[in-house]
Design a protein around this ligand. Structure first.
Ligand code: BGP
Length: 490
């Protein structure tokens, strides 16, 4: 849609920035904190870049006041952060660690005092190690109860201080990274387990949302989903079908459950035929349907381009051979079932390069129009208020001798994305806020400290904590202006 004149951003638009506990806090065992799976995983040789971990991270645990001061000076309207479960319940369940609660309470008070809306994420990937040891974490239904207990502690304590809550961060990412790609804990390559654990997380999400509505009736809660819109490689109908498959398998598989409480039929049937669909017990669907998020958090970095997999269109000879060796040409018979089950998307689509898009230094596509497409598709399908809970550029930054960071590339990235967001709002999308990733530089889960995202440079690297000095980058002053003018000056 072409607009001659764009709408203004809503008057109370939440211009924000985001972070996650493990990536910024440090203080990994301070004041009674228990270990999380990330505390242990990062110590396994070879798992992270140069063996980096979050033991100290950017020391936000000790320097939160200084960080909030920088936010306030910038005029930030919202700050999204996550709570570390094992700071609150060191064993995951049982005894509450008051010192842990107090840390977050002080942070929240500091934010409120400075008129910065806290956006609290309950879970950003750091389940207590104790629960992993006790019953394999997200693989056991016991975790539904335990997560609810943890969430209730926070709801009760902060119900009058925090209005916006995120339940789970990027469930699609942490389940796939943990159970398919061995890149995150628990590092178990088992697709069946991934779908089982994912279903249990859906139930935990639903139960916690219901508890929230009981305890914090005036607040708003929703999951943050890592959404990447799928594009068809071209208008070959086979490729359009592949796009449909990709969108359903990669996105609707989670989003339909969050918003409508049910799994998309085609993907469910596909997974069922491969023997990897989740086990649905009596009462599960009723629970999923009873929980309605108040908004959807959207983390947007890039989408993906797909075309039909060759397997769907066998060559003549292969086809003939197949007919000989199988009674039917059912594609499900082409490979042994358990092999297919390891990569269930093979039959649905294959990822290809998008020739129209440039990439970051880490190979992520840069696609500002994609954020508008994402918002439009989500508005269209789910019709729910949304908040961009992450969006940003990971880049190498250089600190000059006179302590400046001229990150014009980051400004360009954010500016082009915010422009597309404004178009989406003008189209009619209901967007309540935008949280850039991230406020300060922080630990990139697998890429150490050189893949930087922040508005504020942190003087440390993989090899030394140096002095952890905070240095606002050029983008910090750019965003300050954006906020001041409510997006009129980009
Ligand atoms: C998202 C995570 C964030 C953050 C971001 C950038 O998936 O929710 O926690 O890490 O990606 O990722 P990376 O640090 O790998 O570049």
């Amino acid at each position: 849609m072409y607009h001659k004149k764009l709408d203004d951003f809503p008057k109370d638009f939440l211009w924000g920035a985001a972070s996650a506990a493990y990536q910024i806090e440090g203080g990994y065992d301070a004041d009674g904190k228990g270990a999380s799976v990330w505390d242990n995983f990062t110590k396994i040789p070879g798992k992270t870049f140069e063996g980096t971990n979050g033991d100290v991270a950017v020391d936000h645990y000790n320097r939160y006041k200084e960080d909030v001061k920088l936010m306030a000076d910038m005029g930030l309207k919202a700050y999204r952060f996550s709570v570390s479960w094992s700071r609150i319940l060191p064993e995951g369940t049982g005894e509450i660690n008051e010192a842990g609660l107090l840390f977050y309470e002080n942070l929240i008070d500091e934010l409120n005092k400075n008129h910065i809306e806290p956006v609290l994420t309950l879970y950003h990937w750091d389940i207590p190690q104790a629960l992993q040891d006790k019953y394999n974490g997200w693989e056991s239904r016991q975790v539904i109860e335990d997560f609810d207990t943890y969430a209730r502690v926070l709801f009760e304590r902060f119900k009058d201080k925090v209005k916006y809550w995120v339940s789970f961060n990027e469930q699609n990412v942490f389940t796939a990274m943990g159970y398919r790609w061995e890149a995150h804990p628990p590092s178990i390559p088992d697709v069946k387990k991934m779908f089982e654990a994912n279903h249990i997380i859906n139930l935990a999400n639903a139960k916690a949302i219901n508890s929230f509505h009981e305890i914090v009736p005036d607040g708003m809660i929703g999951p943050s989903f890592g959404y990447g819109p799928m594009y068809a490689f071209d208008c070959d109908p086979e490729n359009v079908l592949a796009e449909l498959n990709g969108e359903e398998f990669q996105n609707h598989w989670w989003l339909d459950v969050y918003i409508h409480g049910k799994y998309p039929k085609v993907t469910f049937k596909h997974l069922d035929r491969l023997g990897i669909a989740p086990t649905i017990e009596e009462g599960d669907l009723a629970l999923l349907q009873s929980a309605k998020p108040d908004f959807l958090g959207v983390n947007y970095y890039h989408g993906g381009t797909v075309r039909a997999n060759e397997i769907e269109r066998p060559m003549e000879k292969e086809e003939a051979d197949l007919e000989k060796s199988f009674e039917a040409t059912d594609p499900y018979l082409m490979k042994p079932k358990d092999e297919q089950a390891q990569s269930p998307e093979t039959m649905m689509f294959t990822n290809v390069n998008n020739p129209y898009l440039e990439k970051t230094a880490w190979g992520w596509e840069i696609d500002p129009v994609g954020i508008r497409i994402a918002l439009r598709r989500l508005q269209n399908r789910y019709d729910i208020p949304m908040m961009i809970t992450e969006n940003g550029l990971g880049a190498y930054d250089e600190l000059t001798d006179d302590k400046r960071v001229e990150d014009d590339y980051r400004i360009e990235y954010l500016k082009t994305h915010v422009e597309e967001i404004q178009k989406a709002i003008t189209d009619g999308v209901d967007l309540i806020g935008y949280c850039a990733w991230s406020f300060t530089d922080l630990l990139s889960w697998l890429n150490g400290y050189k893949k930087r995202y922040g508005f504020v440079y942190i003087d440390r690297d993989e090899y030394s904590e140096k002095n952890l000095e905070r240095i606002p980058k050029k983008s910090y002053y750019w965003y300050k202006k954006v906020i001041e003018t409510n997006g009129r000056e980009l």
